[in-house]
Write a protein that binds this ligand. Structure first.
Ligand SMILES: Nc1ncnc2c1ncn2[C@@H]1O[C@H](COP(=O)(O)OP(=O)(O)O)[C@@H](O)[C@H]1O
Ligand SMILES: [Mg+2]
Length: 444
């Protein structure tokens, strides 16, 4: 028997014997014994009632204090309660941690019950998959996320691969969905926004198609001439020269395209700032202006240069030359003969700016956001005819990115365009005027 129970037996026996002896003294042994045992029973019943009340309403009733067997029972109850509370706190903490993590995730997370109903979902589930929690809690997921491909995927029960669908709220957003069964036939549905990847893949495909297309035309022309020449028995020197000149033109065009592609790929892969130096932009622009005058040739553009000789720029000479010359050449090529082109390099509110302002035909506003995309041209035939590859402004954009700079394009149809490169103060330094110039002032 349990020691506590033995003690109760002893207590009860003691009360009975004690009250019998005491009762014998006063001549009422049975009455006193009945009273003694009765008091014990009443006390026991009170503990029982208290326990019953506590079982019915654990929130507001406390576990009573008692000695003996009841004390042990109550202590044991205390211990069980404490353990349960601790386990509950642990579980709540774990659940809170899981929910916090799942809420903070950029991926959509939905927990689906065995019956296919929504148990829980995080905020991205609303934007990516249109499942709102707690509004949609308890609803069938297939009734909320109505996508035939998803319905088929969910019903096959074959979840080794993810599927890709478009977001029900925004058809431009691509989402991959992976279902993972867990627990007792519950499911975890995870949706990931892969729009960027899809776009990148699309860009890669377009890029390959564009390069192939750009190369095919000069190659076809070259191939045609080579074939014609090989089939001719005799050929006049003049004709030969004419043919060779066209062939040369086409090969130069291919060369330019390959050069621009290589420049772009270098800009994308080489680590920035590898060859940074203090550049005398004014001197560099003087050289580019000479080249622009040669390119302008018979067009006789009025090209002016206004550059601050004391304003230096920290950067990669080769890359900046390429960016500036692309902008200057565009101005020359897209401005009708005789009109003005201004080139400037000067201090600005936020660092320094280089700009080329032309008085050409201008660019319609809808084209401006796309100009720096590879192979984007407003007028393809015109660009090709003037020797453009369609890559110039992409190169400019990449060079500026590597120099923490920004490109601003302002243009008005019929009036001309201004292409401005804004460099931050961290990249520029104003040297002392030439007379007091010492070595330190040009160092960075
Ligand atoms: N100064 C300019 N004036 C008018 N249009 C321009 C000017 N610069 C660029 N563009 C337009 O932007 C397009 C993209 O320029 P770019 O990337 O340098 O390619 P490309 O000059 O080889 O065609 C050009 O085809 C042209 O339509
Ligand atoms: Mg160009």
């Amino acid at each position: 028997m349990h020691p506590g129970l033995w003690r109760e037996v002893w207590v009860l026996s003691g009360i009975t014997v004690g009250s019998l002896i005491f009762g014998a003294f006063i001549g009422r042994p049975f009455l006193v014994a009945t009273l003694g045992v009765g008091a014990y029973v009443v006390l026991t019943l009170r503990h029982l009632r208290h326990l019953h009340r506590w079982l019915l309403d654990r929130q507001s009733v406390n576990i009573p204090d008692a000695g003996g067997m009841w004390g042990e029972v109550f202590d044991e109850l205390h211990r069980i309660l404490k353990e349960t509370a601790q386990r509950e706190a642990q579980l709540t903490e774990m659940l809170t941690r899981f929910q916090n993590a799942a809420t903070a995730m950029p991926d959509a997370v939905i927990i689906v019950s065995q019956e296919g109903n929504i148990d829980w979902a995080n905020p991205p589930a609303a934007s990516l998959l249109g499942v709102r929690f707690p509004e949609d809690a308890g609803m069938r997921l297939l009734n909320i996320l109505r996508d035939p491909e998803f319905a088929q995927y969910a019903q096959t029960g074959e979840f080794t691969e993810a599927i890709e669908i478009t977001s029900p709220d925004d058809r431009q957003t691509h989402v991959t969905i992976q279902i993972t069964p867990f627990g007792s036939r519950q499911k975890l549905v995870i949706g990931r926004d892969v729009t960027r990847l899809v776009r990148l893949e699309e860009m890669r495909r377009n890029f390959v198609a564009n390069v192939s297309h750009e190369l095919r035309t000069p190659l076809t022309v070259l191939g045609g001439y080579v074939e014609t020449l090989t089939q001719m028995d005799q050929i006049k020197t003049d004709d030969l020269r004419k043919h060779l000149s066209i062939m040369h033109e086409q090969s130069v065009r291919m060369q330019r395209l390959v050069d621009d592609l290589l420049t772009l790929s270098r800009l994308e892969t080489a680590p920035p700032s590898a060859h940074d130096e203090a550049i005398d932009v004014a001197a560099l622009l003087a050289g580019l202006r000479e080249q622009a005058t040669l390119l302008s040739d018979k067009s006789q553009h009025a090209i002016t240069l206004d550059a601050d000789p004391n304003l230096k720029l920290r950067g990669n000479r080769e890359e900046l030359t390429s960016a500036f010359s692309n902008l200057i050449n565009n101005a020359v090529r897209y401005t009708p003969p005789g009109r003005a082109i201004q080139i400037a390099w000067q201090a600005a509110d936020t660092g320094a700016k280089f700009y080329v302002k032309d008085s050409g035909e201008g660019i319609a506003p809808e084209h401006i956001p796309h100009l720096t995309e590879r192979f984007y041209r407003v007028d393809s035939a015109r660009s090709r005819a003037s020797g453009g590859t369609g890559l110039g402004l992409s190169i400019v954009k990449h060079v500026l990115l590597r120099h923490d700079a920004q490109l601003e394009i302002e243009s008005e149809i019929g009036h001309g365009s201004t292409f401005t490169c804004l460099f931050p103060p961290t990249r520029t330094r104003t040297a002392a005027p030439a007379a007091t110039l010492d070595k330190r002032s040009t160092d960075y």
